[in-house]
Design a protein around this ligand. Structure first.
Ligand code: FAD
Length: 452
């Protein structure tokens, strides 16, 4: 807890909404870190001192100014659906809830400008009216915000065509409020956006984003089942590589994962491996040929007119797969692994045989720099931290890349190395280290170095 008089602090925020009530503060200090048994004990008691909810960029500037004046930490929050405690305030202070900064400024063919608190689903509904949609969305698209996705997410449904958020071209520009003595607004364009892209809100508060869009196709949802897991994985890879079949999602779940999907209990036969897919309805004929070639059975099909109404397959893929499994067995946790773009899927087959039921295979096919990769979000039957580390080490020894979901440190998750560009930007715009403290390793090491 920070030792200042919060009533005095609030009085300097004039009309901006603030929340000091403990239950609400606690709720707004959390995310989905509890998917990780390692993060649970580390983060469960962290709580912000006050929630501040601005509605305009000018109000964000004002909050930044008051925080700098009192040297109060500030942690930005979107919808709080991150998986690694990205928006959990390690040192208390202000939770800056940006869900009310939610205007869609403009949408034109191929490009849009939005405030960060716009929900992904709300945006897509409006953009589809002119035939466009977001290039990629996380499976939390109904609740997650665009700002939170850019700062805390990586990719998702649509990444099979457009790659990941960090790829050049997937974010066009950002407006950022700084935490200097006199906070200002900086506009980052082109490659400069990488200064703040996926930085967990440690080096700027995004107040507007320009996001490139994708054309909308008539998306049909399908589930195809297979008796054998490797055949389902090979089918998924062949579909991912079929350039003539337009698709948005190719997810493959090994048995027994589909048994965790209550809504499909009577649809996916027990013991089957399942591919969960979104395909352009105009391409269903060639798609059916591919299914036949691999001996699959289509057990579920939702027409493009029905897609988007009621439940959707999207909410059974990416980390929603983990969510459903954990709702049946809360001891289950997960991994995030980049497997090689190997046409023979040899490492996948080895890992499947080696770990058996302890590590249940869940694949999402993603295009990265022109190659098609299986990203695995395997479900793990958790026993001990030591065993979990052993499993992750084994993957890395065999040539897979682990994006560790059991750490809240920015660099230890995906990139593994210090991002100098992001560190330098933080030095410039957040000289007191007030933004989401404790998350950027490069900054922590710099502080240690300065102390010695
Ligand atoms: P938050 O969790 O609120 O914030 C995320 C990070 O962004 C925090 O560090 C926060 O400080 C920072 N931040 C938020 N807004 C701003 C801003 N305006 N300026 C600066 N920093 C800001 N992720 C994926 O990439 N793909 C998936 O498919 C996916 N599936 C998921 C499924 C489940 C069931 C769950 C629980 C999570 C999943 N996630 C996935 C993670 C998460 O849902 C997404 O990354 C989501 O987009 C985060 O948005 P949010 O609004 O909830 O952000």
């Amino acid at each position: 807890m920070i030792n200042i008089n919060w009533d005095t602090f609030c009085s300097e925020l004039s009309e901006i909404e603030t929340i000091q009530e403990p239950n609400q503060r606690q709720k707004l200090s959390q995310d989905y870190y509890h998917f990780s048994p390692i993060l649970q004990p580390l983060l469960k008691d962290k709580i912000g001192d006050i929630v501040v909810r601005p509605t305009t960029e000018a109000e964000v500037l004002q909050v930044a100014k008051v925080c700098v004046k009192y040297k109060v930490p500030l942690t930005v929050r979107g919808a709080g659906t991150g998986n690694y405690g990205q928006c959990i305030p390690l040192e208390g202070g202000v939770i800056l809830d940006l869900t009310k900064l939610n205007q869609i400024n403009w949408i034109k063919p191929g490009l849009a400008c939005v405030e960060p608190g716009v929900k992904l689903a709300t945006f897509d509904k409006q953009a589809r009216e002119i035939g466009w949609e977001l290039r990629m969305i996380p499976s939390t698209y109904r609740t997650a915000t665009i700002g939170g996705f850019i700062e805390g997410g990586s990719g998702g449904i649509g990444s099979i065509t457009y790659g990941q958020l960090r790829d050049r071209g997937n974010l066009q520009a950002a407006r950022v409020v700084t935490m200097e003595d006199e906070p200002r607004i900086i506009e980052l364009r082109g490659d400069q956006v990488q200064k703040i892209n996926h930085a967990y809100g440690t080096n700027g508060i995004i107040t507007a984003l320009e996001i490139p869009l994708a054309p909308v196709y008539p998306w049909a949802e399908m589930i195809v089942t297979f008796d054998d897991f490797m055949t389902s994985a090979r089918f998924g890879q062949a579909l991912a590589l079929s350039d003539g079949i337009i698709k948005k999602l190719v997810c493959v779940c090994a048995a027994p994962i589909p048994a965790y999907f209550a809504a499909f209990k009577n649809i996916i036969p027990s013991g089957k491996n399942a591919a969960l897919l979104m395909i352009s309805e105009a391409n269903l004929e060639p798609f059916q040929e591919l299914v036949k070639e691999y001996g699959g059975t289509i057990c579920y099909q939702k027409s493009s007119e029905e897609t988007g109404k009621g439940s959707t397959l999207i909410e059974y893929t990416w980390n929603h797969t983990t969510l459903h499994a954990r709702s049946v067995d809360p001891s289950i946790t997960y991994l995030q692994t980049l497997l090689p773009a190997d046409r023979k899927l040899e490492l996948l087959e080895h890992l499947y045989d080696h770990f058996g039921d302890e590590v249940m295979q869940h694949l999402e096919f993603v295009r990265l720099q022109g190659e098609m990769y299986p990203i695995a979000l395997q479900l793990v039957r958790f026993t001990t931290e030591e065993r979990l580390n052993e499993i992750m080490n084994y993957h890395e020894e065999k040539g897979a890349i682990i994006f560790n979901p059991h750490t809240y440190i920015l660099e230890d998750g995906g990139m593994k190395t210090i991002n100098l560009e992001q560190l330098q930007f933080k030095q410039e715009v957040d000289p007191y280290g007030l933004l989401n403290p404790g998350k950027m390793k490069a900054w922590l090491e710099r502080e240690k170095h300065l102390e010695n």
